[in-house]
Structure formats: structure tokens, C-alpha cells
Ligand binder design. Structure first.
Ligand code: SAM
Length: 281
């Protein structure tokens, strides 16, 4: 492999469980760079030993990213090529590296990515949920009150959402999602690329029936459905009509209901007129 004269930061994705998913290019890069910056040397050493790679490792800490980034910039300034890896999958994806990449861009060093597995994408493509558009959300906040707020914000997001979750929190998270997002389709993908890889597909309420889930897991959740938006309009129209029946003028009633629910006045008023028209009123 030829490394450029200009010092380069290689962002290298590593296996998420199955070591045979590592590519020749990944191995070449890890073998030929001067330094590998990793989250935890105890994890990365397993990968390196398996492939008989002896490149020097340094730690890139999540809890002290600024200082770690400064150290790597210094290495690049001295002409070293550096590979950044995380414990699994892509660095920067629910893993450290964001500060470093920005610092490297600012300093004008080269950045090269070396492709590999990502847990979220594996789970998404096997989930059976819409893959045309999706959001990678990663971990919700560990505090329930904060997680609830985040889910409230995602409630009307219309596309599939990818979440990461730890096994000790999954049951609580599924209940919270069911409570806040309603009963949507979802898929819990476990132990991807490993011997016990499995998928639980169903609705959030069905997934809430699962217990003692172990291992690493990704949760794919269906986006907000247009049908429910239409149902919402019907419900809003019912409320408008109740106000009108109580003597409110139609425009006033529409204004009141649309501001109560943060809904477009025009859309609601047109739907109101259409409903009246369809009834021949
Ligand atoms: N950087 C990684 C990536 O690109 O996928 C993600 C790292 S994040 C710290 C770890 C989380 O990823 C786990 O808690 C789990 O949600 C998910 N994950 C990683 N490996 C997985 C696997 N083999 N099966 C299922 N989920 C996995």
C-alpha cells in the first residue's frame, strides 16, 4: 500500500463481532501506519494479534478528547500516518473521534476512510422497515426524563430511526418508546455478525414482551406514519365542529384548534371546507 507523503489520518472501521469481516485494505492500513489511535488498547490488541500486526498503539480517550486530539495532531505534524479505530465498527459513530477529525481538517492534513461494518446499517437492512430514508440516532440519553424529551422530539419524524441501546436498559427503553411513540413496527437486532445473531420483528408492544435480552443490540423503529397524520386531521376537524356547534365562528374555531395543536391553519381550514363540501353543506 502506498501512503501519501502528506501525513494522513485514516478513519478505519473494524469488525463488530466477526473478525473475518476485516478487509485486506483494513489490514494493510493498520499494518502500514505509524500509529494506531484506539479507544481501548485491550480491545484493539485482540484484533491486531489475530492478524499478527505490531503497529504502535496509543489511546484516544472519550473523556479527554481535546488532549488526545492535540497529541495526534502533533504526531501528524511530525510526519506520522495515524489510523483511528474504535472498539467496533466506525470511529465517530457513537464513538470518539469527532473533535479529532475537525482538528485535522482545520490543520489541513489528509483524511482517508477505510470502509467496514456498522451495526446500525446491518440492523437497518435486515429489519424489514423502510430504508429509503432513515435517521441514525444512536443512544438515547441514559436519564429517563431526558430520553423521554428526545423521543417527544422524534415523535413525528416520518422516517425509520436507528437506535443503539445497552442490554441493561433495553426493556425500560422499549416501554418508554411504546409510551411516547405509540405502537409502531420495530426490529430488535442482536449480536450482529456473531454466532447468535437474531432479529425480533414486531410492534413496540410485542417487543416489550421480550425479557432477559443479552448481548449487543440495535433497535430499528418505524417513522411516524402519514395515516396517523390523516387521522389527526379528522380528530382536529371533529373538535372544530364541536366549537362551531357551540356557536363559535368557523374561522375562529379553526384558529383555536390549530394553535392548540400547532397545526397549520390553512390546511385545517381547507380540510374543514372540504368536509363540509363532501357532506353537501
Ligand atoms: N461504532 C460502532 C458502529 O459503527 O456501529 C458503534 C459503537 S457503540 C459504542 C456500541 C453499540 O453499537 C452497542 O451498544 C450496540 O448498540 C451497537 N453494536 C455494536 N456491535 C453490535 C453487534 N455486533 N450487534 C448489535 N449491535 C451492536
Amino acid at each position: 500500500m502506498s501512503l501519501s507523503n502528506k501525513a494522513t489520518l485514516f478513519l478505519v472501521a473494524t469488525p463488530i463481532g466477526n473478525l473475518s469481516e476485516v478487509s485486506d485494505r483494513t489490514l494493510d492500513t493498520l499494518r502500514n501506519v505509524d500509529v494506531i489511535a484506539c479507544e481501548d488498547t485491550r480491545n484493539t490488541i485482540k484484533l491486531l494479534s489475530h492478524f499478527d500486526i505490531h503497529t504502535r498503539m496509543i489511546t484516544y480517550h472519550n473523556f479527554n478528547e481535546e488532549e488526545s486530539a492535540r497529541g495526534i495532531i502533533k504526531l501528524l505534524e511530525e510526519g506520522n500516518n495515524v489510523a483511528l479505530v474504535s472498539d467496533a465498527g466506525y470511529p465517530l459513530i457513537s464513538d470518539p473521534g469527532y473533535l479529532l477529525v475537525n482538528a485535522v481538517i482545520e490543520k489541513g492534513f489528509r483524511i482517508v476512510t477505510v470502509s467496514g461494518p456498522n451495526a446500525g446499517l446491518n440492523a437497518l437492512v435486515a429489519s424489514g422497515l423502510n430504508t429509503n430514508h432513515y435517521l441514525f440516532y444512536g443512544f438515547l440519553n441514559a436519564k429517563t426524563s431526558q430520553a423521554r424529551k428526545e423521543l417527544e422530539e422524534l415523535k413525528t419524524f416520518p422516517y425509520t430511526i436507528i437506535f443503539y441501546e445497552a442490554p441493561h436498559r433495553i426493556e425500560k427503553t422499549l416501554k418508554l418508546m411504546h409510551e411516547v411513540l405509540g405502537d409502531r413496527k420495530a426490529c430488535l437486532a442482536r449480536e450482529l455478525t456473531k454466532v447468535h445473531e437474531e432479529y425480533h420483528r414486531g410492534t413496540l408492544s410485542e417487543l416489550c414482551e421480550l425479557h432477559e435480552l443479552k448481548g449487543e443490540m440495535v433497535l430499528i423503529v418505524e417513522g411516524y406514519k402519514k395515516e396517523s397524520e390523516e387521522t389527526d386531521i379528522e380528530q382536529l376537524l371533529d373538535e372544530v365542529e364541536e366549537l362551531v356547534a357551540d356557536g363559535e365562528r368557523s374561522k375562529q374555531a379553526v384558529n383555536q384548534i390549530s394553535s392548540r395543536y400547532g397545526f397549520s391553519k390553512n390546511v385545517l381550514y381547507n380540510a374543514y371546507l372540504k368536509r363540509k363540501d363532501e357532506r353537501g353543506e
